[in-house]
Ligand binder design. Sequence first.
Ligand code: 5RP
Length: 379
Amino acid sequence: MDWGLKNRIARIISPADNKALMLAVDHGYFLGPTEKLEDLKKTIAPLAKHCDSLMITRGALRTSVNPDYPVPVVLRVSGGTSIIGEDLSQEDITVSIKDALRLNVAAVAMSVFVGSKYEYQTIVNLGKLVNEAEEYGIPVLAVTAVGKEIGTKDARYLSLACRVAAEQGAHIVKTYYCENFEKVVKSCPVPIIIAGGKKIPEKDALKLTYDALKAGAVGVDMGRNIWQSDNPVAMIKAVHSIVHGTNNVEQAFTLYKQLSGKPNQKSNNNKPNQKSNNNKPNQKSNNNKPNQKSNNNKPNQKSNNNKPNQKSNNNKPNQKSNNNKPNQKSNNNKPNQKSNNNKPNQKSNNNKPNQKSNNNKPNQKSNNNKPNNKPKKRN
Ligand code: 5RP
């Protein structure tokens, strides 16, 4: 791996602990001004100093993030559909590598829609993007996009989707957490981060974070569960305390409550935005004009103040394993060197996933080998 590529990955996945807290604010590329992201600048400014990197589109970046601000950028370069269109899976690459370079990005990101009508197009585009991005030492983050039926995306499907993305050369894969997530991580030879998905109660989102890291994810690329929280800064700090600290779910939730000024809050009481459909553009509002109010994009100081319990090793997920972690001292910055990571399912089925039941074709029984074929809405 070339120096530039390694260096950029190190801006996303911290070499200090091989963990990553990416803040996702790219939702507008297909959702428009979704709830709590109407005013990009207002949402991003207080949160950016608490994340390792920012996943964002070029339009949002140019209009709503101060260029003096040293937050590493993971630039979404795919698009072409919207939530009110026909088929969300029909994405293409919409941003040139030249423009990504102009924006000094740490990585480029695109979605692949494995099992969808436009599977071929998005997977081929991923391969092409890797070809081009590697020329300039830019890592590629592949997002295994799923439809509204996220609940049906199990470890078998997500393992397949992540593996397909990694085989095309993606350097990091973003996917969704599921039961048996260890399987997804083990069969993916590059680092995995998880999206948060739709807004859920804060404690549940913290548990999702904790469980994903415990299962081997290197971190999160979380959006709605942070900025749709009643207390976004408290929430990102609580997530941070799990990803980069040693907090377990209870400790992180306690921290969230303390920072929110509600130490006695119960976990079920904090469900903001429940009435609304989070994936629907805010039709009433006309507030989607970034840069209107605040100019608080202060540089990213990366303070350690939000890392409680740093000394302790208690309750720290992923302590044993260094799977899928680039930039490790012990493995010369090569992600996933551990010998068994590249051999998924070896013990049971000679590296052939899903062999027993359906000739290696996931989800065959139910839907003709095309898992979750028609994503209409993204989660
Ligand atoms: C949108 C994305 C988002 O970045 C991703 O879904 C993460 O955000 P959230 O935590 O809100 O799910 O890729 O397509």
